[in-house]
Design a protein around this ligand. Structure first.
Ligand SMILES: NC(=O)c1ccc[n+]([C@@H]2O[C@H](COP(=O)([O-])OP(=O)(O)OC[C@H]3O[C@@H](n4cnc5c(N)ncnc54)[C@H](OP(=O)(O)O)[C@@H]3O)[C@@H](O)[C@H]2O)c1
Length: 376
C-alpha cells in the first residue's frame, strides 16, 4: 500500500512515525503548509501531486476542518483512492455526500480515530451491529471536557483555572469552544448513531449544551448530593424512533461514568443480546489516535470499507423527560417547572429534553445539567 498523508500535525506526524516501522505500508507523499524535509517521503503543497500519482492508492486525511479537507477528500475518492480520516467534523457534516460516493466509486473509506481517538469504538460498533440490534450509544466522548470537570471536582479548581490547566497539559486548545460547547461530542454522537443504527441522522435535530458556564458553586452542590457532573452524549433507537442529545449530566456515584478520571473517554453501547458494553481509553493524543488510523489502513488491506450501509435520513425527537438543575436564569417557564431549590439553582420536575434545550437557547448565562437516574 502506498499512501499520501494530507496534514502533518499531531495526528499526521504520529501516523508517519508508526508507519516507519511497517514495510508493507509506505508513505510516498505528504501534503502540508510548511516547507519541511522528510527522509523517505516527498513533501508537496498541491493536491494535484497526489491526484495525478497512480502509485498512490490510499490517502490519510489528518488536516482537520471542513475546507479544503472536504474538497481534497472528495477529489481523492473521485480519483479512485481509498480514504482514511480522523476528522469527525468532516465525516459528520458531509456524511450524505461521502458515504454514498465511496460506494459509487468502489473505494474503501474508514474513520475509526474520529470517535474515541485510540479506542476502537467505531470498529467495535461495526462488529456488534452484526446479528443484533443496537438500541443505545453514548457516553463521555471528549477528553478536554472530562479533564475540566474532573479538575473542578477532584482538585477543587474553578472553571477558568481548570481550563488553563487543561491547556498547559495539552488537553485543551488555545481556542477551546468546539470542545467546551459540546460541538466535538455532538459530531461524535451523530457519527456513532449513523453507524450503530444504520441511518443518516439530521444534525439539526440533535440539541447540544456544553460546560462553559459551569462554576465551582455548581460542582459543590453536586458533590454534596452524591453526583458527579460529566458531559454525556446519548442516542437511542427504539421502535423506529430516534433520540439524540449532548448535555452536562449529573451522574450518581457508583455509575462507571462518574469514576472516569483526567482526560479519558468512556463510551458504551446497548445491544439486544450483548447488553451494555463499555470502552475506556485515551480519546485523543498523537500516538493513540495515529494507532487507530494505522489500524484502519490495516483493515483496508483486508478489504474492509465503511462500518455500516448508508441508511435513511432520520430526525431525533427527544420527548423523553428528565429533571434538570438550572442556574443563572429565572423566568415564568422555569418557575412553572420548578420542583425544588438547590441553593441559588432550581431543580425542575421532569421536562422533555427538546423543550429544555429550546428554552436554553434564549437564556444567556444559564447553566443546565440533566439529572440521570441511570445511564445506559
Ligand atoms: N489531535 C488529536 O488528538 C486528535 C484526536 C482525534 C481526532 N483528531 C482529528 O484529526 C484531525 C487532525 O488533527 P491534528 O490535531 O493532527 O491537527 P493539527 O495538529 O492542527 O494538524 C493539521 C495539519 O494539517 C495541515 N494543514 C491544515 N490545512 C492545510 C491545507 N490547507 N493544506 C495543507 N496542509 C494543511 C497543518 O499545517 P500547519 O501546521 O502548517 O498549519 C497541520 O500540519 C482533526 O480533524 C482532528 O479533529 C485529532
Amino acid at each position: 500500500m502506498n499512501i499520501a498523508l494530507l496534514g502533518f500535525g499531531v495526528v499526521g506526524r504520529g501516523v508517519y512515525d508508526i508507519l516507519a516501522n511497517m514495510d508493507h505500508i509506505q508513505v510516498k507523499k505528504v501534503i502540508c503548509l510548511e516547507d519541511i524535509a522528510l527522509p523517505d517521503a516527498q513533501v508537496c503543497h498541491d493536491i494535484r501531486d497526489i491526484l495525478d500519482d497512480p502509485a498512490i492508492d490510499t490517502v490519510v486525511e489528518a488536516m482537520g476542518g471542513l475546507h479544503p479537507a472536504y474538497e481534497f477528500v472528495r477529489a481523492c475518492m473521485e480519483a479512485g483512492k481509498n480514504v482514511v480520516t480522523s476528522n469527525k467534523a468532516l465525516v459528520c457534516t458531509f456524511y450524505d455526500q461521502l458515504i454514498p460516493l465511496a460506494s459509487e466509486k468502489g473505494i474503501l473509506f474508514r474513520c475509526t480515530a474520529a470517535v474515541g481517538g485510540g479506542i476502537g469504538w467505531l470498529s467495535e460498533l461495526e462488529r456488534s451491529r452484526r446479528g443484533q440490534r443496537l438500541t443505545q450509544v453514548g457516553g463521555i466522548m471528549n477528553g478536554t471536557c472530562n479533564y475540566i470537570l474532573y479538575a473542578m471536582t477532584q482538585l477543587g479548581l474553578g472553571y477558568e483555572e481548570a481550563l488553563k490547566q487543561a491547556q498547559s497539559l495539552g488537553y485543551a486548545e488555545a481556542k477551546p469552544a468546539t470542545d467546551v460547547e459540546g460541538i466535538d461530542t455532538w459530531h461524535k454522537v451523530i457519527l456513532s448513531s449513523n453507524i450503530a443504527f444504520g441511518v443518516s441522522m439530521d444534525p439539526a435535530s440533535v440539541p447540544v449544551a456544553g460546560i462553559s458556564r459551569i462554576c465551582a458553586g455548581d460542582v459543590a452542590a453536586f458533590t454534596a448530593r452524591g453526583y458527579t457532573c460529566k458531559l454525556i452524549s446519548t442516542a437511542a433507537c427504539r421502535d423506529g424512533a430516534y433520540t439524540a442529545y449532548v448535555q452536562p449530566t449529573l451522574v450518581p456515584a457508583g455509575q462507571p461514568e462518574a469514576a472516569v478520571p483526567s482526560n479519558y473517554n468512556l463510551v458504551s453501547f446497548q445491544g439486544e443480546y450483548s447488553g451494555r458494553m463499555s470502552f475506556f481509553g485515551q480519546g485523543a493524543g498523537r500516538y493513540p489516535t495515529a494507532y487507530n488510523v494505522v489500524q484502519d489502513l490495516l483493515d483496508l488491506t483486508a478489504g474492509k470499507g465503511f462500518y455500516s450501509p448508508y441508511g435513511p435520513k432520520v430526525e431525533a425527537v427527544n420527548q423523553n423527560k428528565m429533571r434538570y438543575y438550572v442556574r443563572g436564569a429565572r423566568d415564568g417557564w422555569l418557575q412553572s417547572h420548578a420542583a425544588e431549590n438547590w441553593g441559588d439553582a432550581v431543580v425542575t420536575e421532569p421536562v422533555a429534553v427538546d423543550e429544555m434545550h429550546r428554552w436554553l437557547k434564549d437564556q444567556d448565562g444559564a447553566f443546565i445539567a440533566a439529572i440521570a437516574e441511570d445511564l445506559l
